[in-house]
Design a protein. Structure first.
Length: 202
C-alpha cells in the first residue's frame, strides 16, 4: 500500500518541479547520430550559381611574318575555363590553316579536330595560356597579296604582321578598329586591333 502511494505521489508532482531537473539532464547517443542532427539543424546553403558559359577566350595576340608564299604565325591566347567540373572543348583555329604546335606552359596541349576547327580539350580550371604556331597560305591577284581565315571569338584581338620589304605598302584589314604601319630595319610592320568576332583578312 505504501509503494502505491509513493508512486502516486511521484506521478502527481507538479510539472514545474519536473522541468527544473531538465538542464542538468544528460543525453548519450552515437557520434554519427549527433552529426546527423547537427547537419539537419544548420541553415540550408544556397547552391553556387553556375557560369553562363563553359569558357571564355579573354585575349588573343597574333604575331605573323610573310615568308615566301605563306604567312607564319605565333599566337598567344588566354582561355578562362569557367565550368565547375568536367571537360571543356574550346575552338582555337579553323582547319583552313596548318597548325604546327599548340603548347601550354611548354608542354604539348591536347588538340583534336571537329567541325572544321582545331579544338583544345581540357579539365583544368581557371586561366590557361596557349602558345600556337601555324601557317596560312598567301594569295596573289592583280598586284595584291593577302590571307584570310576565321578567328575564334575573344575579348581582345591584336595582330602584328611583318613584311620583309622596304617598299611602300598599303594595307587593308577588314573590320580593323585601329591600324598602324611602320617601316624599320628593311621591313614593314602592321599593327591592328580587331573586333571580338569575324575573320582576319589582310
Amino acid at each position: 500500500m505504501r509503494k502505491s502511494l509513493a508512486l502516486f505521489a511521484l506521478l502527481a508532482a507538479p510539472a514545474a518541479a519536473q522541468t527544473q531537473d531538465i538542464p542538468a539532464a544528460r543525453v548519450v547517443m552515437p557520434w554519427s547520430d549527433f552529426v546527423e542532427l547537427y547537419e539537419r539543424g544548420k541553415a540550408p546553403q544556397t547552391p553556387p550559381e553556375t557560369a553562363p558559359r563553359d569558357y571564355a577566350i579573354s585575349s588573343a595576340r597574333y604575331t605573323a611574318e610573310v615568308v615566301g608564299e605563306s604567312t607564319l604565325f605565333d599566337a598567344r591566347m588566354r582561355v578562362d575555363v569557367l565550368k565547375a567540373e568536367g571537360w571543356v572543348s574550346v575552338p582555337l583555329l579553323p582547319t583552313t590553316v596548318a597548325l604546327r604546335s599548340a603548347k601550354i606552359g611548354g608542354a604539348e596541349a591536347p588538340i583534336y579536330l571537329e567541325g572544321g576547327w582545331y579544338k583544345l580539350i581540357t579539365d583544368r580550371r581557371g586561366a590557361v595560356t596557349l602558345d600556337l604556331e601555324f601557317a596560312a597560305s598567301t594569295w596573289e591577284s592583280s598586284g595584291q597579296a593577302g590571307f584570310t581565315f576565321a578567328l575564334a571569338p575573344s575579348g581582345g584581338t591584336e595582330v602584328v604582321l611583318t613584311v620583309p620589304t622596304e617598299d611602300e605598302l598599303g594595307f587593308e584589314v577588314a573590320s580593323a578598329q585601329q591600324l598602324r604601319t611602320e617601316t624599320r630595319g628593311g621591313s614593314t610592320e602592321l599593327t591592328a586591333l580587331l573586333p571580338a568576332t569575324g575573320n582576319l583578312s589582310v
